[in-house]
Write a protein that binds this ligand. Structure first.
Ligand SMILES: [Ca+2]
Ligand SMILES: [Ca+2]
Ligand SMILES: [Ca+2]
Ligand SMILES: [Ca+2]
Length: 447
C-alpha cells in the first residue's frame, strides 16, 4: 500500500491513466482557489503502477465517474464526520396570542470541512407560535455532505393577570368658583409577569375634571396577552366655598292705613359655585312688619351645607295720628256760693290709633270759672303723632243774689209833701256785682 499526497494545480485535466492497484492518497486543490482542508479529498485508490500525472477535480463528480472510482473505493479513508450540535430544548413563557420572539444559542458543527455555522429554521429571533416548534439546524460542507440536528422550542402563553394597585381615596377641594376640580392627578401602578409595560386605563382618566361629590374611578390593566385585572378607588371633591349672599339695603316705609304694620317685600340675592339649595329670610319677604325697626336675617345654604348670612333692617314708621272725639260740651252750675265749679266731670273722649293710644290728656283746670272754658283734649300714640279736640265747659250762675231789706220803719210826717225816709238795703251775689232796685229809693218821700 502506498500512501502519498499530490497537490494538483487549480486547473486540471485528466491525461493519464488510472486505475491501478495500490493505495494512494491524493490531495486535490479545488479549482480557482487556494488549497484548503475542505478542498482536499483523500482518495484511496488501488493501483499497480503508482500514480502518474493524475489530476483530479475533487468537486467534479463527472470526473470522478470518469475515473471509474467506485463510490466504495474511498471508503477506506476515514473522514471526520460532519456533525451539527443543536442547542438544548428551549421553553419560554409569556407569549402573546401572536407568539413569542425566541432567541436561542447558535448550533455548532464539527468536522474537518465545516464551512460555517449551521443555519436553523426557524431562525433564532423568529416569532414562535404558542406550542412546540421543532427547529432544524443544518449545514452542508463543500463535499456536499449535509448534517442536521433538531431541538424543540416550546412557547407557553401568558396566563397570569397583571397586578394592579389603585391609590388611596383622593380628597380635594373644588376649584375656586367651580363646582368641581380640574386636572385631578392620580397614579395607578401595575406590574405583570411578562409584559413590562402593561396598559392601564382609568375611567375617568387621571387629569380629568371631577364634579363635587364622590366619583368612583375604575382602572383596568391589560397585559400583552390580554389578561386583565382591575381596581377602583374614589375621588371626592369637596365644596368648601359658602354661597355669596347680597342683602337688600335697609328699608324704610310708612304703615299701612289703619294698621300698625306694613307688608314689605324685598329681594335677597345669593349665588354659589355649585347651587344654592336654600335661601331663607326671617321674617320672609311679604311679611307684615310691625311699626318700628325689625332686623331681617338672611341665610343662603348650598348642598354641601356651607352657608352665608347677611342682615338688613325694615323700619315701619307710624305716621297715622290717633282719632279723637271729645266728650260733648257740658254745662254745669257754679258751686254753691261760688262763681265757679270744681270737680267737673268732663266725660270720656273716644279715641283710637292704629298702634294704640299711649296718652290721652286734657288741659282742663281744677276750677272752672263761670262762663265757657275750652278744654283741649290730646291723644298721642307711641310715635308722637297727636290729635286734639276741644270741649267747651260752661259754668252758669244759677244762684240768685241775696238781698236784705231794711227793717220796717215808722216815721212821722214832717211835711205835707212828704217826709224823706232814709233806709238801707243790702244785696250780694255769688258772682259779684248786684244791681239793686228799690221802689222808693232811700231818701225819697214816703207818703
Ligand atoms: Ca401576565
Ligand atoms: Ca358652595
Ligand atoms: Ca298712630
Ligand atoms: Ca248769682
Amino acid at each position: 500500500m502506498n500512501l502519498g499526497k499530490l497537490t494538483l494545480p487549480s486547473t486540471v485535466t485528466f491525461s493519464g491513466f488510472l486505475p491501478v492497484s495500490g493505495y494512494y492518497a491524493l490531495a486535490l486543490t479545488a479549482p480557482g482557489g487556494a488549497q484548503a482542508t475542505c478542498d482536499t479529498v483523500i482518495l484511496g485508490v488501488t493501483t499497480t503502477q503508482g500514480l502518474e500525472d493524475a489530476v483530479f477535480d475533487a468537486d467534479d463528480t463527472a470526473l470522478m465517474a470518469a475515473l471509474s472510482i467506485p463510490a466504495g473505493a474511498i471508503g477506506d479513508v476515514a473522514f471526520p464526520a460532519l456533525v451539527v450540535n443543536c442547542p438544548g430544548n428551549v421553553t419560554q413563557g409569556c407569549a402573546t396570542p401572536g407568539g413569542a420572539t425566541i432567541t436561542f444559542p447558535a448550533a455548532t458543527a464539527t468536522g474537518d470541512c465545516v464551512p460555517g455555522a449551521p443555519s436553523c429554521l426557524p431562525a433564532s429571533g423568529s416569532t414562535f407560535a404558542v406550542g412546540t416548534t421543532v427547529v432544524t439546524c443544518s449545514v452542508t460542507d463543500a463535499r456536499g455532505i449535509t448534517a442536521n440536528c433538531t431541538f424543540n422550542v416550546t412557547v407557553l402563553p401568558d396566563t397570569n393577570a397583571p397586578a394592579i394597585s389603585c391609590p388611596a381615596p383622593v380628597v380635594v377641594n373644588a376649584d375656586s368658583g367651580q363646582c368641581g376640580k380640574s386636572n385631578v392627578i392620580f397614579t395607578v401602578t401595575a406590574t405583570d409577569d411578562c409584559d413590562a409595560t402593561p396598559t392601564v386605563v382609568s375611567t375617568p382618566a387621571s387629569g380629568s375634571s371631577f364634579p363635587v361629590g364622590t366619583t368612583t374611578v375604575t382602572s383596568v390593566v391589560t397585559d400583552d396577552a390580554g389578561n386583565t385585572n382591575s381596581c377602583s378607588f374614589t375621588v371626592t371633591v369637596i365644596d368648601d366655598q359658602p354661597p355669596l349672599i347680597v342683602c337688600s339695603t335697609n328699608i324704610v316705609v310708612t304703615n299701612s292705613l289703619g294698621l300698625c304694620s306694613a307688608v314689605v317685600t324685598f329681594t335677597t340675592n345669593a349665588s354659589d359655585n355649585c347651587t344654592v339649595t336654600n335661601l331663607v329670610s326671617t321674617p320672609p319677604s311679604g311679611s307684615a312688619f310691625p311699626v318700628g325697626t325689625t332686623t331681617v336675617t338672611n341665610i343662603a345654604t348650598d348642598a354641601s351645607g356651607n352657608s352665608s348670612a347677611c342682615t338688613f333692617t325694615v323700619t315701619v314708621i307710624d305716621n297715622q295720628a290717633p282719632t279723637l272725639t271729645c266728650p260733648t260740651n257740658i254745662t254745669v252750675a257754679a258751686n254753691s256760693g261760688l262763681c265757679s265749679a270744681t270737680n267737673v266731670n268732663l266725660g270720656t273722649p273716644a279715641s283710637s290709633d292704629n298702634c294704640g293710644v299711649t296718652s290721652l290728656t286734657n288741659n282742663g283746670p281744677a276750677i272752672y270759672l263761670a262762663g265757657t272754658t275750652p278744654v283741649v283734649w290730646s291723644a298721642s300714640d307711641a310715635s308722637g303723632n297727636t290729635t286734639t279736640c276741644t270741649q267747651l265747659v260752661t259754668v252758669i250762675d244759677t244762684q240768685p243774689p241775696i238781698i236784705t231789706c231794711s227793717t220796717n220803719r215808722l216815721v212821722e210826717v214832717s211835711s205835707t209833701t212828704g217826709t224823706p225816709v232814709f233806709f238801707s238795703t243790702t244785696a250780694t251775689d255769688n258772682c259779684g256785682t248786684v244791681t239793686k232796685f228799690c221802689s222808693i229809693e232811700s231818701g225819697g218821700e214816703a207818703g
